[in-house]
Structures are given as structure tokens and as C-alpha cells.
Ligand binder design. Structure first.
Ligand SMILES: [Zn+2]
Ligand SMILES: [Zn+2]
Ligand SMILES: [Zn+2]
Ligand SMILES: [Zn+2]
Length: 298
């Protein structure tokens, strides 16, 4: 091993440390709502049955309702690096991740954070931490990241860049579904995915490729119920293939596990939000069935 290689390895370890300490707890560093506490009120309609009340959400605490927030990716990047989020524009402003730019949490019956990118529109390159560049030669020279080739990220195929998706594919829609069986089936799929994701603890390194396949399999298992997973399930292999291009760096296993952890966290947030909405939907439909029974099936 020559001295230059050693230097690259040391520097990548340093970069890796900064990244991991700031990103593991809260994946992308932005606050999120607690799905279990999200409310969606009902009211009695003219026919006496419960329907969803008009959606009213409080101002987003992440951006005070402006829909914009300060880029956090830049805080951990060196000055010469790029940024896939704010592009290093003067104000370093980005679309608020907490509310996806709406200024308040969007109606979760209709619009949910993308289960792939969590509202970023891209999957981050964890090899360069999004900077697109890796520093070599005693910090004098920068070279393009071998994984993302300088882009710092990869466009998300879960939402196609929209940052949000529409949620469970119930007919006619999640907001108007009234078939108890179908709602329960969607809930089962959602809970099963959450269980499997809970057990999925990626380590990267030697196990990386096997883990990427396992993650794709979990996402595929819910693709019928949650169409956003269709594109994502296919993207996991390609995305991780790029991340594996950073194998020669020390810290590669962490970069790999972090890439999978981020996908896991995004999928979990989406699924928890869906679980909550499906449970509320079931409650509404079951209450209506009771009302109908009391009225003699009218
Ligand atoms: Zn916001
Ligand atoms: Zn930035
Ligand atoms: Zn990169
Ligand atoms: Zn997305």
C-alpha cells in the first residue's frame, strides 16, 4: 500500500466519522411528525354516517409554515463540495422535509412522504456524503466520487422526483375506501412489512450484497398494496451497486449500511403513516356498519 492510498483511507475514515455521528439518529437530520399521533377527524354526514372532516393542519414546526428550510447536508460538507439539495446557492435553502413544502403536514389520506427519499427527491450518495467529491493528497486535491461521479445523489424512483406519493392503492381511494376486508388486507401487508424492516439490520461489507437483495425483497412484498415500492424495489439493487463502488475506502461498510438504513427509515415512516390512516379508516367504516345495522340495514 503506498502512502497516497493510506492517506485516502485515513481521510475517508475522518469523513465517515463526521457523517455517521450526525446522521444515524435522525437519518437526514430533519424533524418528522409522529405517525401514531397524526389525527384525521370524522364528522356525521347528512345520512348520519361518518365521513372525513375537512382537513385542517397546524403550521409546520419545521419551517413555521414557509415550506422552506435551511439545508443541513451542507453543514457536514467541506466548502469545495457540491450539494445535491441546495446546490450551494447563496441562501442554502431547500424545500422543508417535515411538510414537503406545503407549510403544514399534507393530508395523510392523500399525500405521504415518499418511502424512498423521505421527501428529498433523491437517494443520497453515502460514499461522499452528498458532496460529490472526495479529498485526496493532503487536502490539496479533490476528485470525483467513484460512486456518484460527482452528483452526490441519485434521482429517486419511488416518487419520480415529486417527493410525495399517494399511499395505499385502495379502491376507489384510501380516503373513500369502505370495504372492511380490503382495508384489513392492506393493514396486514403494512404491518408485515414493518415487522420485517424492524428485523432488517444492515451491516454492509461482506454482507452488503446479500442485505441489498433482502431489502429489495421486503419492498417488493408490499408493492401491490403500496405502488410506490414498485420503482424502489428495482432501484435498490442499482443504487447499492453504485455505493459498492466505494469499497476500496475504509468505512465502506458504514457507508453501505447507512445507505440501506436511510432507505429503511424512509420506508418505515411511510408505512407507519399508512398504518395509522388505515386504522382510522377501518374505525370509520366499522362505525358506519354499526350505524347501518342499528338503522335496520337502511
Ligand atoms: Zn415545513
Ligand atoms: Zn446544501
Ligand atoms: Zn458520491
Ligand atoms: Zn422519492
Amino acid at each position: 500500500m503506498n502512502s497516497r492510498t493510506i492517506l485516502i483511507l485515513i481521510l475517508s475514515v475522518l469523513l465517515g466519522c463526521v457523517f455517521i455521528s450526525s446522521a444515524v439518529a435522525q437519518q437526514d437530520g430533519y424533524p418528522r411528525y409522529t405517525p401514531e399521533r397524526v389525527e384525521r377527524k370524522t364528522e356525521a354526514g347528512d345520512d348520519g354516517k361518518l365521513k372525513w372532516a375537512k382537513y385542517e393542519a397546524e403550521k409546520c414546526r419545521g419551517c413555521s409554515g414557509t415550506g422552506k428550510t435551511k439545508c443541513k447536508a451542507c453543514e457536514r460538507l467541506f466548502d469545495e463540495a457540491g450539494c445535491p439539495d441546495c446546490k450551494r446557492k447563496e441562501k442554502r435553502e431547500i424545500v422543508c422535509r417535515t411538510c414537503i413544502g406545503d407549510g403544514s403536514l399534507p393530508d395523510p389520506l392523500k399525500k405521504v412522504h415518499c418511502p424512498g427519499c423521505s421527501g428529498a427527491a433523491f437517494l443520497l450518495c453515502t460514499v461522499c456524503n452528498g458532496g460529490g467529491k472526495i479529498r485526496v493528497d493532503k487536502a490539496k486535491r479533490l476528485s470525483a466520487c467513484p460512486a456518484c461521479r460527482g452528483d452526490g445523489a441519485f434521482p429517486c424512483k419511488g416518487c419520480g422526483g415529486k417527493r410525495h406519493v399517494s399511499g395505499a392503492a385502495l379502491k376507489p381511494s384510501l380516503a373513500t375506501a369502505d370495504d372492511t376486508k380490503k382495508i384489513k388486507r392492506a393493514l396486514d401487508v403494512t404491518e408485515k412489512m414493518l415487522k420485517e424492516l424492524g428485523r432488517f439490520q444492515p451491516k454492509g461489507g461482506d454482507k452488503g450484497r446479500k442485505e441489498a437483495k433482502a431489502l429489495a425483497k421486503i419492498l417488493k412484498s408490499g408493492a401491490k398494496t403500496h405502488p410506490a415500492f414498485k420503482g424502489l424495489e428495482k432501484q435498490v439493487g442499482k443504487y447499492m451497486g453504485k455505493i459498492f463502488a466505494g469499497k476500496q475506502f475504509v468505512g465502506a461498510a458504514e457507508h453501505e449500511s447507512l445507505a440501506m438504513e436511510r432507505l429503511k427509515a424512509s420506508a418505515e415512516y411511510y408505512l407507519k403513516m399508512q398504518k395509522r390512516m388505515l386504522e382510522l379508516t377501518l374505525k370509520r367504516v366499522e362505525a358506519n356498519a354499526k350505524i347501518a345495522a342499528e338503522n335496520g340495514g337502511k
